[in-house]
Design a protein around this ligand. Structure first.
Ligand SMILES: Cc1cc2nc3c(=O)[nH]c(=O)nc-3n(C[C@H](O)[C@H](O)[C@H](O)COP(=O)(O)OP(=O)(O)OC[C@H]3O[C@@H](n4cnc5c(N)ncnc54)[C@H](O)[C@@H]3O)c2cc1C
Length: 557
């Protein structure tokens, strides 16, 4: 049995930022990750990270207001204040650690414009911002000699006497299963995009942490808030970064009109993502699309500019569609991208379970509310990853030692063995595909009571079929068949929670647009939804939204 003060599950930006801070605070820290740290999904972020730097004439309050308006007033404003106030320091600290941010012609840190904000305050590293940040934080973790359980898969959290006491995980390379005790655990397991198909998310984004947290009694908050990104490539759903629109790319319909004039005359293509996605879907539904898509048009930017500033997009366009962006517009449509909902935490990452913290995309602090602004997620991981570790210190120091009942390990070993022993049945991919299609159909850009109820019923049915899934590979070494099945179990919890959140919220707000209830209803629904297991059934309640300085008003762009 291995013992640590602080166990961090996830080695993306939130996990590594928490880990580095934990070591700095003098804790014995370990990180567990199911893939090599730099293969975490944070690696895929291209666009950038937001901050309002005072010496650039910016003000964190403007960033906060844009974030709150973007959230359709569902974000907790005290949390937004923390994130936006700490953003400048976070960027400078990342630079000091070694992130080589792109610079402007005067040699100052360069910015680009992102959606839902009038001011350009997105800092970036070419088209590889996430990768650059992740590599630098990984270097830091090597410097601090952190213990990393690399390619280990967590199957269960251990709770003892009402408190978190560690986790059970197996080494994917060997199948060896261990009980890893820890006085506190930070969940930093990232998003759950693969509950939907297609999604811009990596195949590993299966919401494991959301389910792990629910199973020990933590609620998920605002699960119905699913972000559809306006520009995902026709066919395979690859993300085409908002940076394109930040640099002035247009959206046009089949008639060649820049249709955003009708929907967001002030912000045009840089309105919030939910607004742009709905505008595109309306054009498509009303017959002004082409094969279920509209076009992203960069031609006026010119070949030189595109290749210098948006080279990666050009590469994707050529590779997957044979399109040169300087010559032809490219077909795109809204695609599932991000889950605003997640494990409910306070401003310090603490959940309702003593010793359990969460940060990054799996958490809901809540700073994104009903719609996240582009480039606010990387910021969220850095700010709240650090805060979770700092705030675990006092709690961890209140323990002298921690004894854990080792029978937990043998129980979990037999649960997994029973799964492997199933003699026959269907493959997990079959259910995974059904789930993805069901969720996209039921909880899409538009939804209504019927679509939500249908998705919920299908997900319940799918849960019932889980025991019929058969693991063909009975081996111990790199049993990805088993890993996929365990991920499917996690995803079913998340999918059902999303349906319950969507069913509960009887209004339209941000990304949750119900065609049967088209208005925002602040009188009844300026509230968070909370989904939680109660006696093995999902139960949904609500809680109040924290408003500080910014009273909700009509949201126009
Ligand atoms: C294509 C794409 C582009 C994006 N671009 C931007 C952008 O430009 N700006 C922005 O702000 N945001 C962007 N986002 C969103 C942002 O990248 C993510 O929200 C953020 O990086 C998530 O970081 P994280 O640390 O929470 O999780 P991740 O980076 O996803 O890491 C999750 C970690 O958890 C581990 N893990 C999960 N389950 C288990 C388990 N069962 N056992 C062990 N380990 C486990 C994984 O191995 C991994 O290390 C983008 C997202 C995508 C998909």
């Amino acid at each position: 049995m291995s013992k640590h003060d602080l166990l961090i599950i996830g080695a993306g930006l939130a996990g590594l930022r928490a880990a580095v801070e934990g070591v700095r605070q003098g804790l014995n820290v370990a990180v567990i990750t199911k893939v090599h740290p730099v293969r975490s999904h944070s690696n895929a972020a291209q666009g950038g990270i937001n901050a309002a730097l005072t010496d650039r004439g910016d003000d964190w309050r403007d960033h906060a207001l844009a974030t709150i308006k973007g959230s359709d007033y569902l974000a907790d404003q005290d949390a937004v204040e923390v994130m936006c106030r700490e953003a400048g320091e976070a960027i400078i600290e990342l630079e000091n650690m070694g992130v080589i941010f792109s610079r402007d012609d005067d040699g100052k840190l360069g910015t680009r414009a992102f959606g839902g904000q009038k001011k350009a305050r997105t800092y970036f590293v070419g088209a590889i911002t996430g990768s650059a940040l992740l590599h630098v934080l990984y270097e830091q973790s090597v410097k601090y000699d952190l213990h990393i359980y690399e390619e280990w898969f967590v199957t269960k959290l251990i709770k003892q006497d009402g408190k978190i006491a560690g986790a059970i995980a197996f080494d994917i390379k060997t199948g060896q299963m261990e009980l890893i005790t820890a006085k506190a655990v930070v969940l930093a397991t990232g998003g759950a995009g693969r509950v939907f198909e297609p999604s811009t998310n990596a195949l590993i984004c299966t919401g494991d942490g959301l389910s792990l947290a629910m199973q020990v009694g933590a609620p998920l908050m605002d699960t119905e808030m699913i972000q559809y990104h306006p520009t995902t490539l026709a066919g395979n759903g690859i993300l085409l970064s908002e940076a394109a629109r930040g640099y002035g790319a247009y959206l046009i319909n089949s008639e060649g009109d820049r249709f955003m004039e009708k929907y967001a005359p002030d912000y045009m293509e840089l309105a919030s993502r939910d607004v742009v996605s709905r505008a595109e879907q309306t054009e498509i539904d009303e017959g002004r699309g082409v094969d279920g898509c509209v076009y992203l048009d960069l031609r006026h930017l010119g070949k030189k500019f595109i290749e210098e500033r948006l080279g990666y997009l050009q590469e994707v366009a050529l590779e997957f569609r044979g399109i040169d962006l300087s010559e032809s517009p490219i077909p795109i449509k809204p695609g599932m991208h991000y889950i605003m909902g997640g494990i409910k935490t306070d401003l310090n990452g603490a959940t309702n379970i003593p010793g359990l913290y969460a940060a990054g995309e799996c958490a809901n602090v809540s700073v994104h509310g009903a719609n996240r602004l582009g480039a606010n997620s990387l910021l969220d991981t850095i700010v709240f990853g650090r805060r979770a570790a700092v705030n675990s210190v006092e709690y961890i120091k209140s323990f002298s030692s921690l004894e854990v009942d080792e029978r937990e390990l043998s129980k979990e070993k037999s649960r997994i063995q029973n799964i492997l022993d199933r003699p026959r049945g269907m493959r997990s991919a079959e259910l995974r595909n059904k789930m993805g299609a069901t969720m996209t159909k039921g909880i899409g850009v538009w939804r209504d009571k019927d679509s939500i109820i249908e998705a919920m019923a299908k997900m319940k049915d799918l849960r019932g079929q889980l025991p019929n899934v058969y693991i063909e590979n009975k081996g111990k070494v790199f049993n990805t068949d088993l890993v996929s099945y365990l991920e499917l179990e996690f995803m079913v919890d998340v999918a059902e929670s999303i349906c319950h959140g969507a069913d509960k919220r009887l209004e339209s707000r941000g990304a949750h647009f119900r065609t049967d209830m088209k208005s925002r209803n602040d009188a009844d629904w300026l509230k968070h939804t909370l989904v939680q297991f109660a006696d093995e059934e999902l139960n949904t309640t609500t809680s109040d939204v924290t408003i500080t300085d910014w009273q909700p008003t009509e949201r126009v762009y």
